[in-house]
Design a protein around this ligand. Structure first.
Ligand SMILES: Cc1cc2nc3c(=O)[nH]c(=O)nc-3n(C[C@H](O)[C@H](O)[C@H](O)COP(=O)(O)O)c2cc1C
Length: 471
């Protein structure tokens, strides 16, 4: 079944409203911390938030459409627990029979083209007190391979530096880095479009890991699977890279191949600040938008766990089910930031499958640092040592952040019995790849506490609004 409403943020807002899953904030909020601070109070809840009265701006700002799986499931018309399997199904279908994007004559994103480029005038929030500035953190890059012309989509964070300059964080190994290198070798900059205000189909397509979407394939076709019809794009004025036809904003940009700019800090997915360093430099050449746009932003944290994590889960599930018998489900834990820790559920009827699943999971999603395999019938083992039943009980109680549907079901008193049966309940591996320095848990806890104590989010705005009683 197609989910056409997913291709347009206006339709998503109407859909959320109709389901009673939208909070409309009508009092004035400031883009500087106030908005994110208020939004943080609703994080993980069943409703997204639309700020309708943003100081100095006409456009409203939407936040929170991904901050609970329940909410995402409602938007995608699927039970929460089926989401990884649904995403996995769409990616598999695209791999076998891709529905390529179509380029339309015109699209709503081109309703207005700004006479002058001034990014600082757009409603872009500052999310956290030590952030280096305002950030686009939910915008999708569309670019083309300078050699082959194959389209690529990805999400990167972009810091606003001045009217027409952005700084971008491109992690190592990204296709954007590869394309920039190709452009550099040709003595050129890399043109791309930055698409703001797009639905989850686009976000899922653009964050599909390289293991699922290799550079020679146009991964925007994954969004076609979510929409149930070909993705619609429109041409840009200045380059071959298209824009999403029904995005809220479409920025035509160039990633410079001969200059860098300082970027950061930014409170990112782990809840800690990414540092201030020299990173990619971008020039914005043209700004297109709808007549009545809505800015879309995400609150770093749970929203990213749910978006990237879901993709990671789907990809790991796909690959594991191809390689290891008995794999039932995969969950990326919030404790692992939806990125670094996975739980794999397996019905193991022969010894060794759990170990195979762990090895395959690390290959399927390289950022993983911890993989735990669970089965609801046995006790815990880890590489080379056995853990006692008390540890098993802690895991069962959610110490490792299992979702309801994957948490091992057996009661602690059954563990002895199931141990005699020689079956597996939980198997954990913690690899320490050479060259990777991971902070101890104690350090991480201390870092998080410092971050919290530093007043990461502005509480004042929230308290004022609570006093008014008018969210
Ligand atoms: C909300 C969000 C923010 C992200 N931020 C960044 C980022 O700042 N830098 C980056 O390199 N990847 C970031 N990613 C991850 C990439 O978009 C993702 O890994 C994508 O698959 C990379 O595309 P590629 O495989 O075509 O290189 C982010 C993903 C999401 C969902």
């Amino acid at each position: 079944m197609g989910l056409e409403h997913l291709k347009d943020i206006s339709a998503i807002i109407d859909d959320l409203d109709a389901m009673g899953r939208l909070i409309r904030v009508k009092t004035e909020v400031d883009l500087n911390l106030d908005l994110a601070g208020i939004a943080a109070e609703f994080e993980r809840g069943p409703r997204a938030v639309l700020f309708e009265n943003v100081k100095g701006q006409k456009a409203p700002v939407l936040i929170g459409s991904y901050w609970s799986r329940e909410l995402l499931g409602a938007l995608m018309r699927a039970p929460e627990r089926d989401l990884p399997a649904l995403v996995s199904k769409h990616i598999k279908k695209w791999q076998i029979d891709p529905v390529d994007p179509v380029v339309l004559e015109d699209g709503t994103v081109r309703e207005v083209t700004e006479k002058k480029v001034d990014v600082t005038k757009l409603p872009i929030p500052i999310h956290a007190t030590k952030d280096g500035g305002a950030y686009f953190d939910a915008a999708m890059v569309i670019t083309k391979d300078p050699d082959t012309g194959v389209r690529n989509a990805s999400i990167q964070r972009f810091q606003v530096i001045d009217k027409d300059t952005l700084a971008v964080n491109i992690d190592s190994g990204r296709h954007l880095e590869l394309y920039l290198e190709k452009a550099r070798k040709k003595g050129k900059h890399l043109p791309f479009t930055l698409n703001v205000g797009i639905g989850p189909g686009f976000h899922f397509a653009s964050s599909a890991p390289a293991e699922a979407a290799p550079p020679e394939k146009d991964e925007l076709g994954i969004a076609s699977e979510f929409h149930g019809e070909a993705v619609e794009l429109v041409a840009s004025d200045l380059s071959e890279s298209e824009m999403v036809a029904h995005a809220m904003y479409g920025l035509e940009c160039e990633l410079l191949s001969d200059q860098v700019h300082m970027e950061g800090p930014f409170a990112e997915v782990t809840g800690c600040y990414a540092g201030h360093a020299a990173r990619g430099m971008v020039k914005v050449k043209r700004i297109h938008r709808r007549k009545n746009p809505v800015m879309h932003t995400i609150l770093p944290g749970t929203e990213v766990h749910n978006s990237v994590g879901l993709l990671g889960e789907a990809n790991v599930l796909n690959l594991l089910q191809l390689q290891v018998p008995g794999v039932k489900d995969v969950f990326f834990t919030h404790g692992g930031c939806g990125f670094y820790g996975a739980v794999v559920q397996i019905a193991q009827s022969r010894a060794g499958w759990a170990k195979q699943a762990i090895l395959a999971a690390f290959v399927a999603f390289p950022p993983l640092k911890t993989v735990t395999v669970v089965d609801d019938r046995e006790y815990l083992r880890s590489d080379g040592c056995r853990m006692g039943d008390d540890h098993a009980a802690r895991l069962r109680q959610g110490g490792h952040d299992f979702p309801r549907y994957i948490r091992p079901r057996a009661e602690p008193q059954l563990s002895g019995l199931s141990r005699q049966q020689g079956r597996l309940r939980c198997y954990t591996a913690l690899p320490a790849p050479p060259g990777v320095r991971t902070g101890s848990n104690k350090e991480n806890v201390a870092r998080r506490a410092r971050y919290r104590d530093a007043g990461h989010y502005s509480a004042e705005g929230l308290m004022a609004r609570n006093a008014n009683g008018d969210t």
